[in-house]
Design a protein around this ligand. Structure first.
Ligand code: IMP
Length: 428
């Protein structure tokens, strides 16, 4: 039996997971998404073309890989079919290597309306949701009301759909909000998209994963969002509604904990966050703007500008521990070139006390970050091809992170292209 490896984000999402899955896919037979849905935007770049995937796993461009959308994912059939069409235009065999779990939940048009209504009602406590219907769909899942892909294959599917829609309409009547789209029109598109979806390769993905393990296939579980957006361990309530951490790969694919092998933790050399919620190391100044401009820090799903700040070591160490990370991968090191100095938050003053762990509350009135400052580097890294040639100041920065987390940084990414990926050479 083989073990499945997991790849996930250690910050607030947008770490660059899609690129690394794409880079690693050649070593795997199965790439499986385990949570989230169209709120994600995984960007891959190769041959000078940029591709953004929302629900489909990032291994889809490789001929040999099986791509699985696991039971823990929530699917908007309209977005899914659009994404599929874009992929088919590039390669007409994409559909042959994609399987969709019968147990994945469907995002209804009324889930999206509920998302919009709930955000509007939150006022100052607005989460900054992508408004893709993620929260309401997971609420119906845990509330045992949800509609799953497999339901659309059953004779009473339309009754189940109507029952859920009617429940939503009753809830919506209690809100005062501006619906962002026409429900009837959207419903027609949605029903047609569901028909198309169930004509694709629908699978008992949990059984498929078990079979793959038994027959020695190499599996990579692909996470979406990031650890600090996890429903339990993130900056609640400013989080997403799924388990974004390694445990999510178990529940979202049917993977037993003792079948987990490597856990790849992806992090940016700095931090970003999109949407509301605490961000202790946020830079509301020229430095933050420098990172945003140079790093093109605008959401790939919503286009919103991302908030930027320094690397947060207590948060990174927390994420490494929660996920059992065995290998770290640093993204966007090239963006930090040209800074005289860089800072790292190494501890906090939390409610008057010095702490080195990630405290319960991260709001500005509770925590004050303590920083260590290190020299920056000026070299352009984007055309560098050898890890050993990286500037000394960057190597020191990496060595500091390795010492603090106790985990090796095996890869440094210096640009969006597959080619701009520097693996640490083995030392003999
Ligand atoms: P939701 O998952 O769309 O409800 O959004 C909840 C929070 O998670 C918001 O702050 C979003 O901006 C954030 N979020 C959701 N998906 C992503 C992602 O893929 N990358 C970064 N942030 C995300």
């Amino acid at each position: 039996m083989t073990k499945a490896d997991i790849l996930l984000g250690l910050q607030w999402g947008d770490e660059g997971k899609g690129k690394i899955v794409d880079v690693l896919t050649k070593s795997y037979d199965v790439i499986a998404r385990f949570q989230g849905g169209p709120n994600a935007g995984h960007t891959l770049e190769f041959d000078g073309i940029k591709h953004v995937l929302h629900t489909i796993p990032s291994g889809i461009f490789h001929q040999g890989a099986m791509n699985v959308v696991g039971n823990g994912v929530v699917i908007d059939p309209i977005i899914f079919c659009k994404e599929m069409d874009q992929l088919l235009a590039i390669n007409d065999s994409c559909g042959d290597r994609l399987w969709i779990s019968r147990k994945a939940h469907l995002i209804l048009p009324t889930h999206r309306l509920l998302d919009a209504a709930s955000e509007a009602a939150k006022g100052k406590m607005k989460i900054g949701s992508t408004l893709k219907g993620i929260g309401p769909t997971y609420m119906d899942k845990t509330g045992r009301n949800g509609l799953r892909v497999g339901d659309a294959e059953l004779p009473d599917y339309m009754e189940r759909y109507q029952a859920l829609k009617n429940k939503h309409l009753k809830l919506l009547a209690g809100y005062d909000f501006e619906p962002p789209f026409d429900l009837d029109e959207n419903e027609t598109l949605w029903l047609a998209a569901v028909e198309r979806l169930i004509g694709m390769q629908i699978a008992d993905s949990d059984v498929m994963i078990q079979e793959a393990i038994k027959t020695g296939k190499r599996i990579l579980a692909e996470g979406a969002q990031g650890t600090l957006l996890d429903i339990d361990f993130g900056t609640y309530p400013f989080v997403t509604s799924s388990t974004t951490t390694a445990a999510g790969a178990c529940t979202g694919l049917g993977l037993a904990p003792n079948r987990i092998g490597e856990v790849y933790g992806i992090f940016k050399a700095y931090c970003t966050r999109v949407g509301s919620g605490p961000f202790p190391t946020e830079l509301n100044n020229e430095t933050g703007q420098f990172l945003r401009d140079k790093g093109h820090e605008y959401g790939s799903t919503t286009g919103r500008p991302r908030r930027c700040g320094w690397l947060d070591m207590p948060a990174l160490k927390y994420a490494v521990d929660i996920n059992g990370v065995t290998q770290l991968m640093m993204m966007k090191a090239d963006v930090m070139s040209g800074m005289d100095e860089i800072s790292i938050c190494t501890s906090y003053k939390y409610q008057g006390k010095q702490v080195t762990h990630l405290p319960y509350g991260l709001d500005a009135d509770l925590v004050e970050p303590n920083y260590l400052t290190m020299p920056g580097w000026s070299e352009d890294l984007t055309s560098e091809s050898k890890h050993s040639n990286l500037p000394l100041a960057l190597k020191d920065y990496i060595a500091f992170i390795e010492a603090e987390t106790g985990v090796p940084v095996v890869l440094v990414s210096v640009g969006p292209d597959r080619e701009q990926t520097l693996w640490k050479e083995a030392t003999s």
